[in-house]
Design a protein around this ligand. Structure first.
Ligand SMILES: C[S@@+](CC[C@H](N)C(=O)[O-])C[C@H]1O[C@@H](n2cnc3c(N)ncnc32)[C@H](O)[C@@H]1O
Length: 283
């Protein structure tokens, strides 16, 4: 064992273990956004370094687990709409995260049994768990890909073997675009995806913001920046620009709880606005 003292990625008090490797040779001592998110959702695929850093986020942003759950609930409502009334039969979920309850293919295939779903992530641990979970699940695939290289994702034979890009597709960028820095031009990445999608395709986005209690949101993001990826908070108008060239479906770019809440459910008002979400249709 060696101490991490002096290494800004690690929260004080976490010890590094030499040779502690996860699937794909991943260093489990490096806190990882996918596994921190899994911890907030009550999952079991997380390690000491992930939990230690996640606990630091909770100290400044205690509403994070509730927001993670609302983010999943938004994803599920959006997929139900797309697989149902919108008639979409193919989904590409980029930055899919670790498998959890009610994954995209489970929600989509319940509504549209023949739906095809490709999960994409750049984290080898996510890929290992995803492949183990999906073994034998019809119409699904898990592939390695980086959102910053969208041409490699949509051009991958593994993807095109299941997704016909000449037909409408839904691309999910749920809680992942904030991992891409401004300098990497995430708007250009999304515009490239838009131009490659067939008319009638849909884009689903949720994105971190600091619309209120901004100091706490910034403090939480600062802690996150010590994990495996970056975290850029964006304004409503900067997030809205991702939907350029799309018709934004009702109710627009809104708080997680406000996107088509289930009938009879009054959206929670007690959570800070740290996410905006929306669904767009390419016209
Ligand atoms: C907070 S999780 C979101 C999981 C899921 N989309 C959801 O909203 O429930 C973010 C995921 O994005 C992945 N990710 C981060 N940067 C990425 C990139 N450049 N390309 C692909 N995946 C990325 C992480 O590995 C992680 O699994």
């Amino acid at each position: 064992m060696k101490s991490q003292r002096g290494d800004a990625r690690f929260p004080v008090g976490v010890m590094l273990m030499d040779g502690c490797q996860g699937p794909g040779g991943v260093d489990l001592n490096v806190p990882n956004v996918a596994r921190m998110y899994d911890y907030y959702l009550g999952g079991k695929d997380n390690y000491a370094a992930d939990r230690a850093l996640a606990d630091q986020v909770l100290r400044v942003a205690p509403q994070t687990p509730a927001l993670a759950q609302e983010n999943r609930a938004f994803l599920q409502r959006a997929v139900r709409h797309l697989a149902g009334p919108a008639g979409i039969g193919q989904f590409v979920d980029i930055g899919a995260g670790l498998p959890t309850l009610e994954n995209t293919h489970e929600v989509a295939q319940r509504t549209a049994p023949g739906a095809h779903v490709v999960y994409v992530d750049n984290d080898p641990v996510v890929l290992a768990h995803g492949r183990a979970l999906l073994q034998g699940a019809a119409g699904t695939r898990v592939i390695q890909g980086d959102l910053r290289r969208p041409d490699e994702i949509l051009g991958s034979p593994e993807l095109t073997g299941l997704i016909d890009l000449a037909r409408p597709v839904a691309i999910l960028l749920v809680s992942v675009l904030h991992c891409v820095r401004d300098e990497e031009d995430p708007w250009k990445i999304v515009a490239w995806l838009r131009d490659t999608m067939a008319p009638g395709s849909h884009l689903v986005i949720s994105h971190i913001t600091a619309a209120d209690h901004a100091e706490n949101a910034e403090a939480g993001a600062d802690v996150y920046r010590r994990a495996s990826t970056d975290m850029t908070l964006r304004t409503h108008s900067a997030i809205r620009r991702f939907f350029d060239g799309f018709e934004l479906l009702e109710p627009g770019l809104v708080r997680l709880t406000e996107w088509r809440p289930p009938e009879g459910v009054t959206p929670r008002q007690d959570l800070p606005t740290w996410f905006f979400c929306g669904v767009g249709r390419k016209t």
